[in-house]
Design a protein around this ligand. Structure first.
Ligand code: ADP
Ligand code: ZN
Length: 729
């Protein structure tokens, strides 16, 4: 390839390829600059938040450019999913890592040499072998078309995820001077970004630092009262949505998971105390939608590339904003509206402080305390959550109302709290600025603690004057005064509130003080700014079930087949032809060929059974979604009737022109709804026995292990039916 060829690739060509391969009409912010950079032979450096769409930035140029691009990626476990996902878009991708048999590896090496691949994923330790470097020189161009380093922050010792293996990548410029080098990361700190650029020796790269504002994420913080009830209420408003709940301890992870299961929610625990195999099957089941809610410690998440996580709940206060932001970032990578809920309690703060006090290194302690203080301020001070997050990452925000956090959605009300502020300030002054907020609240509420007796604070004028209000109220008055700089924090080892001049103004009644009061009794259902396609929910779930079947058959995660957004668009616009399907976001040529017909048949079938559903116009005004119906719909009844005539699932399938697995899906649902079905007529006693034995061994939460162990003697549909029967036994 020469650079002139590359330069001549027009914007139209790239847009066409974007549509054909990925089914997208437009680029996400900054993707285009990075893609064009690589296409014109330049180095590139993209810092984009999780879900920003980094993979497309190298996959698209890899598909357009002649030869093969090499992608360095740290997680072997993820490579297969990445390759599956690229292949499902018609991109010729493969990986080389230690999980391959020697013959498989040889075959892939041969395809690289002959130029049959667009993309080759490599783990860094593989890349550093001299045999690999030699291999990469053996194709027609004598080098990769370009090299992209994913998760590039792993090269930096400043980062939170340094990997010595990555250091080798700093030699790539010297080994392959002709191959453009690209680096991608979601790290937010400037220090790490600079370090990456220097270590890789990037030559005047096209540099992009995308905004860390994830518009589709709604941030909400509510005070933690009864975490279990709050979690169950939150989840029951979102049936069948995938989500992650983070808890601090293994014990609370187990307890919450058990509690959810007892409430009929398909949840499972994940923490470092579980055997590695159990962790990997649970993670797999979550990615494949066999488990809906993952309850986990922070051990879970790195390398979980699930695009349709709809919510992340932090049921305990995180240690710092960096980890909190990264964990919430796992929601909504597909760009669809998603919710991040934090349950805040000052009690958690105490626990974390206690933990920090136990650290050995003094410097580490100081740093940990500062990080925790920022986290606490974020959670406890009512103000726009997005603005405080973005400011934390040194990014300014154009608006004062983000529209996608609880504060901006109007969860707080501003009330005059001048008198309460005076009480708090006076208690601080009368105790000579020497005590922490907790003790000050104790004084105001008239508590009888040893410390109060010791310092005779029960003799103060302010002692007990605020008994009529809870301590949490007084705490938030002090926090708000601090946030509004009407109080300072001392610089000691244990910082305490200090009176300042601005506070004096309030104290002497020359200025008023407003307090934001939380109006929510129960968490409000969020109003999202990012637009979600409105569609009939039953229809959407029907398409999701079908997607799940296809995904299971192909052994890929469901979102690799189609994203939620594509299914919503189908359920809303009712495509009836290939041309219609191509207008659906996320449907490119390859997916059309692969799944188009199946989806068109099912959509038609569903609509015949639901004549009341009307297609919405893609660009038209939003219409109200049809009312959600409960119970069994027509299509189930048709299957039931046919079963009544002793027809087998395959007869019914061919008669109705739908898949056998769809019919089996109907049957398992009929059984769960308590309908009588003579399933023994089409499932033999032998199959039933085998299935139950395998369930006993592998559990019933995920069907995949059972199906695999059955070695072709059991289908997903049959296993689903038997599981439904067993549920009722
Ligand atoms: P990252 O690696 O930055 O976390 P991904 O590459 O996994 O992000 O992309 C996140 C999601 O965004 C994927 O579901 C992907 O299909 C989707 N996506 C990427 N680019 C676009 C685009 N131009 N239009 C619509 N969706 C996109
Ligand atoms: Zn806001």
């Amino acid at each position: 390839m020469n650079t002139c060829d590359a330069l001549s690739i027009s914007k139209e060509t790239t847009l066409e390829a974007l549509k054909k391969l990925f089914g997208f009409d437009t680029f996400r912010p900054h993707q285009e600059e990075l893609v064009h950079g690589l296409l014109s032979g330049k180095d590139a450096f993209g810092v984009m938040p999780t879900g920003g769409g980094k993979s497309l930035c190298y996959q698209l140029p890899a598909a357009i450019l002649p030869g093969t691009a090499v992608i360095v990626s740290p997680l072997i476990a993820l490579m297969k999913d990445q390759v599956d996902s690229a292949r499902s878009n018609g991109i010729k991708a493969a990986f080389l890592n230690s999980t391959l048999a020697p013959e498989e590896a040889q075959e892939i090496e041969a395809s690289y040499v002959s130029g049959d691949l667009d993309l080759l994923y490599l783990a860094p330790e593989r890349l550093s072998l001299s045999t690999t470097v030699d291999l990469l020189k053996k194709n027609a161009a004598g080098r990769p078309s370009f090299i992209a380093i994913d998760e590039a922050h792993c090269i930096s010792e400043w980062g939170h995820d340094f990997r010595p293996d990555y250091l080798f990548t700093s030699r790539l410029k010297e080994i392959f001077p002709e191959s453009p080098l690209a680096a991608f990361t979601a790290t937010a700190t400037e220090l790490v970004a600079e370090d990456i650029e220097n270590r890789l020796n990037l030559v005047s790269p096209v540099k992009i630092r995308a905004s860390f504002d994830r518009k589709n994420l709604f941030y909400e913080v509510v005070s933690k009262r009864d975490a279990s009830t709050q979690i169950v209420e939150f989840i029951s408003q979102r049936p069948q949505q995938s989500g992650i709940i983070y808890r601090t301890s293994r014990k609370s992870v187990e307890e919450t998971a058990n509690m959810l299961v007892a409430n009929g929610i398909n949840a499972a625990p994940y923490h470092a105390g579980l055997p590695a195999e159990k962790r990997s099957t649970t993670q797999d089941a979550f990615i494949r939608d066999d488990i809906t809610v993952m309850v986990a410690t922070v051990a879970f998440g790195m390398g979980v590339d699930k695009a349709d996580v709809r919510f992340v709940i932090h049921a305990d206060l995180p240690k710092n904003i960096e980890s909190y932001y990264q964990e919430t970032g796992r929601a909504g990578r597909d760009g669809e509206p998603s919710h991040c809920l934090l349950l805040y309690s000052a009690g958690d703060l105490g626990k974390l402080r206690f933990f920090i006090d136990g650290m050995h290194e003094e410097e580490e302690k100081v740093r940990a305390r500062q990080l925790l203080a920022s986290m606490d301020a974020f959670a406890s001070v009512p103000s726009c959550r997005k603005i405080s997050l973005l400011n934390y990452f040194n990014e300014s925000c154009e608006t004062t109302n983000c529209g996608s956090c609880d504060y901006c959605a109007g969860s707080f009300e501003s009330v005059d709290a001048s008198r309460d502020a005076q009480i708090a300030l006076s208690a601080i002054m009368r105790t000579n600025n020497r005590f922490g907020a907790i003790h000050i609240c104790d004084i105001i509420c008239g508590a009888n603690t040893a410390k109060i007796r010791q310092f005779e604070h029960d003799k103060l004028k302010t002692y007990g004057v605020g008994k009529d209000k809870p301590k949490t109220h007084w705490r938030s008055v002090i926090d708000s005064l601090l946030a509004a700089k009407k109080l300072d924090l001392s610089q000691d080892k244990f910082p305490v509130p200090q009176m300042n001049d601005a506070g004096m103004e309030i104290m002497f009644g020359r200025e008023k003080f407003q307090l934001a009061v939380d109006k929510r009794v129960v968490p409000e259902k969020a109003k999202h700014r990012a637009e979600e396609i409105e569609c009939d929910t039953d229809f959407f779930h029907y398409l999701r079930d079908m997607r799940k079947e296809i995904a299971d058959l192909e052994g890929v995660p469901p979102y690799v087949v189609f994203a939620d957004r594509s299914l919503r668009a189908m359920a809303a616009y009712h495509p009836a032809s290939n041309t219609d399907l191509l207008t659906i976001p996320g449907v490119g040529q390859n997916k059309l060929e692969k799944y188009g017909e199946r989806f068109l048949v099912e959509i038609r079938d569903y609509l015949i059974n639901h004549p009341e559903l009307k297609a919405l116009k893609p660009s038209g005004k939003k219409q109200a979604a049809p009312a959600i119906k409960k119970g069994l719909t027509e299509t189930f009844r048709t299957t039931q009737e046919m079963l009544g005539k002793s027809m087998s699932p395959s007869d019914i399938a061919s008669e109705r022109g739908i898949g056998v697995s769809t019919v089996e899906g109907h049957i398992s649902r009929l059984i769960s709804e308590g309908e009588t079905v003579n399933w023994q007529e089409f499932i033999s006693a032998e199959t039933d026995k085998l299935c139950r034995e395998l369930f006993a061994e592998h559990g019933r939460q995920a069907l995949k292990p059972t199906i695999e162990a059955a070695n072709g003697k059991l289908t997903y549909g049959q296993a689903k039916i038997i599981a439904a029967v067993m549920d009722l036994e």
